[in-house]
Write a protein that binds this ligand. Sequence first.
Ligand code: BTN
Length: 325
Amino acid sequence: MSTHTGPTAADRLLRLLYDRREGFVSMVELAAAAGAPQATVTKALAALRRKGQRLDVSPQGVRLQRPAALDAGLIEQDLGTQRVGRNVICFGEVSSTNDVARHSARQKNADGLAVLAESQRHGRGRLGRRWASPPRSGVLMSVLLIDGANLAHEAVTIAAGLAVAEGIDDIADLSCRLKWPNDVLADGKKIAGILVELSTCPAGRAVVIGIGINVHAAPPPSRLAHPATSLAEQTGLIVERIDVIRAVLRRLDAWVGRIQAGRLEELRNAWLARCGMMNQRITVQVGGRRYAGRVMDIDPLEGVILCGDHGERLHLPAETSTILD
Ligand code: BTN
């Protein structure tokens, strides 16, 4: 979590180096940004290195190596959200960011916390699957919502996919599509996945929205049932995870606000606009059972609505259903 006592010299230097990441920043400029002599700048640069940033130093000055390491201060800076990302905390390695977020629900003012990690030992996917991501290669983030006002978590589950698709498009313009309930696809391949988990906490119910986005690399194909891709593969560029995270937090904050305000029709319409499933025949697994039918509608509270082979209407909830084909 960044300090709320004001930015340190290292924070100020990192902001400048991040904003100017395409080139070198001279020591004179760095000293002016830090408001301190060069000796302090040297110490602050050492502190940034200890926090995982890689720096090139040359006679022209200092340059931040790309991609940058995660940094809570850079993520929080001028984020402008109401609820989501009010506090951000970044770790090197954790077991699962969803577990860290769930445990944080016991603390005061935890609502809106975003937990990030460079790597996970036991990243979880939906339906008991594993979520593998090489260290520093992706966004591994969990957003915690303390649900005092009975936020419809069914709606949050599908809004999360939408927010991630929108956030990626804000940064990389990939025209991301959605696959029920919340897989995010680029070029027909999975680029991000979401795992929403519920638990109880002293303040009521904790909703943890776990988000995994393949940024610099996708997991090796052998591990996957379906093809995966990454922002790097799709754009051919180094896309900074920090930019993607900020865009997703902003989009998610906006959707959480709309859900709180009961604006579910907007969620349905935005979701449908990104889903290629309408009127298509799909097979969905719910628990141990399979259902086949034509997609009739998406309801943010009730799930995907299918017309079964005998004309019956099937409501398949987001949390427990997954599309097989
Ligand atoms: C899926 O598509 O199956 C969902 C994947 C969700 C992965 C994210 S990574 C951050 C958070 N922590 C976890 O252990 N899982 C989620």
